[in-house]
Design a protein around this ligand. Structure first.
Ligand SMILES: C[S@@+](CC[C@H](N)C(=O)[O-])C[C@H]1O[C@@H](n2cnc3c(N)ncnc32)[C@H](O)[C@@H]1O
Length: 224
């Protein structure tokens, strides 16, 4: 296994399952943010009924399962075997959902069928060099297809490749994965340079409460 997969397997063991139902009593739902019952839903993807959609870094699969429940052909890709095992245990019987263990860029280079939307929620779009990933996604988007991803906004002054630490035991070093942080206007310039159109990057405020870090949501289209 790669160091990246080992790191994300370690992360997977520390993360709880998605709740059985959300605040509205729904058994599947879409969440772009780090807060429960907060923010927009699947409508950001603007994907047509039955459209093929791709989740890069799908984790335990809750968002992709929701899109499959809405009738889309949802494909979830994750580099972590443990994340995929959890996704298969909970959502493996969901019609319309396909799950693959793969690195995001490798998958995009091998899968030759286009997508109406590609998205990533605190996922591979945050943890992959955008100079490599953004053109790879662009190649697989159908004309007019949407790219949407969310992640934590950058800390002021800390831009480009940053280290994310995944804790282990008290007497063990943490594992490290790389992530890429930019201000919204930098994301807009970067996506424009890779041929995307209709680009919008903005920070959604946190819900009322003690936590104040918002969610950066980036949206763009592939030219018609
Ligand atoms: C913070 S978790 C978010 C998981 C999920 N999207 C969610 O909202 O719960 C990041 C996920 O991205 C996956 N990931 C990170 N880098 C990846 C890559 N290069 N290719 C595929 N998956 C990746 C990790 O294994 C992990 O499951």
């Amino acid at each position: 296994m790669t160091d990246t997969a080992i790191a994300w397997d370690t992360y997977s063991r520390q993360r709880p399952e998605r709740r059985p139902t959300n605040a509205r009593g729904e058994t599947t739902w879409f969440n772009w943010t780090q807060y429960a019952d907060h923010g927009p839903g699947a409508e950001l993807l603007e994907a047509p009924a039955g459209g093929r959609v791709l989740d890069l870094g799908c984790g335990k699969g809750g968002n992709a399962a929701h899109l499959a429940a809405l009738g889309m052909a949802a494909v979830g890709v994750d580099v972590s075997p443990k994340q995929l095992t959890a996704a298969r245990e909970r959502w493996g019987q969901m019609p319309g959902l396909a799950l693959h263990q793969a690195d995001a860029v490798s998958f995009l280079r091998e899968d030759r069928v286009g997508f109406a939307a590609v998205y990533s929620v605190y996922g591979a779009a945050w943890f992959t060099d955008p100079a490599v990933l953004m053109p790879a996604i662009r190649e697989r988007l159908l004309p007019g297809g949407r790219l949407v991803f969310s992640q934590r906004p950058p800390v002021e002054g800390c831009y480009g490749c940053q280290a994310s630490y995944i804790p282990r035991g008290a007497d063990e070093d943490p594992l490290v994965v790389k992530r890429w942080d930019y201000e919204p206007d930098a994301w807009e310039r970067l996506l424009k340079a890779h041929g995307y159109t209709d680009i919008d990057a903005s920070v959604l405020a946190a819900p009322p409460g003690r936590r104040t870090i918002g969610t950066l949501i980036v949206r763009a289209s592939a030219r018609e």
